[in-house]
Write a protein that binds this ligand. Structure first.
Ligand SMILES: [Zn+2]
Length: 270
């Protein structure tokens, strides 16, 4: 039994989109933050800040679990835009702070996941690593032991019956909540080819591309200053392009060109 504290992201924050979600998957992450004190509470403070672009449902450390979003709302944690990872999965971050006990945090996460599986009727097969959605090496400390991590979920003791409940009936109103801002920003996406060069390709065109990628939730560097939008076409921007391409059936080479332009424009106009 681990204590779960609900401390939700404020409703007006941009990282609380409020789209209705029926969770079908559970996505596991590592925080990749080994600082001392980078525990679950530290992540509460981070995820509630008005300029934070990402969001997820739970952060687990070796002592406690914080919940940041209701389970019927989506977060931005899977790196797949409006794909299944972001729109239909519960995101769980496991802390790796140097002053915490990582193995205990893992156990707590396994316990939480077991609970969620039972409560939400989610099968173990649908407990997946972040990598499944976007190719990111996450959860970086569990990927090389993923099978044993999942085996630990199956045996985690919750005191509840082992047979998952059937999924709850889908509520009638499943239309996404309208965004607060309805004005559509236009992006002057550059024509031609952009790729990582030496020196780096840069300028207003690159910036417009980065802003457009961010607008469809493929940030050059989430969490960095201005989400990494700096007008330079470096490896991180190329990576965002690559993630976008692979999620949209394009050749995922990280090189921006006419096909990628067309596809981003299509997404922006939805
Ligand atoms: Zn992750």
């Amino acid at each position: 039994m681990v204590k779960i504290i609900k401390d939700f992201i404020p409703k007006n924050n941009k990282n609380r989109p409020g789209n209705y979600m029926k969770p079908l998957y559970i996505t596991v992450h590592n925080t990749a933050n080994t600082d001392k004190g980078a525990n679950a509470l530290r992540h509460v403070n981070y995820v509630k800040k008005p300029d934070t672009a990402t969001s997820w449902h739970f952060t687990v450390d070796d002592k406690i679990i914080y919940q940041h979003l209701p389970l019927n709302e989506n977060g931005w944690h899977a790196g797949d835009g409006r794909g299944t990872g972001n729109m239909k999965s519960i995101g769980i971050e496991i802390c790796e702070n140097a002053d915490g006990n990582f193995e205990k945090a893992v156990e707590n996460a396994q316990w939480l996941i077991r609970q969620l599986m039972l409560d939400q009727g989610i099968p173990l097969a649908n407990v997946v690593p972040h990598k499944r959605w976007s190719g990111k090496e996450c959860p970086r400390k569990l990927l090389n032991r993923w099978d044993s991590f999942k085996a630990g979920i199956a045996t985690a003791h919750t005191g509840k019956k082992a047979t998952p409940k059937p999924p709850k009936a889908t509520p009638v109103n499943n239309t996404p909540k309208p965004k607060t801002s309805t004005s559509k920003k236009s992006f002057n996406l550059p024509s031609g080819i952009i790729k990582v060069t030496k020196p780096l390709a840069k300028g207003a065109g690159v910036k417009a591309l980065q802003e457009a990628l961010a607008a469809v939730y493929f940030y050059p560097e989430k969490g960095a200053k201005n989400n990494g939008i700096d007008g330079y076409y470096g490896p991180k921007t190329a990576n965002a392009v690559k993630r976008f391409q692979s999620m949209h059936g394009l050749v995922a080479d990280g090189i921006y060109g006419p096909n990628t332009k067309k596809c981003i424009e299509k997404k922006l106009n939805r």
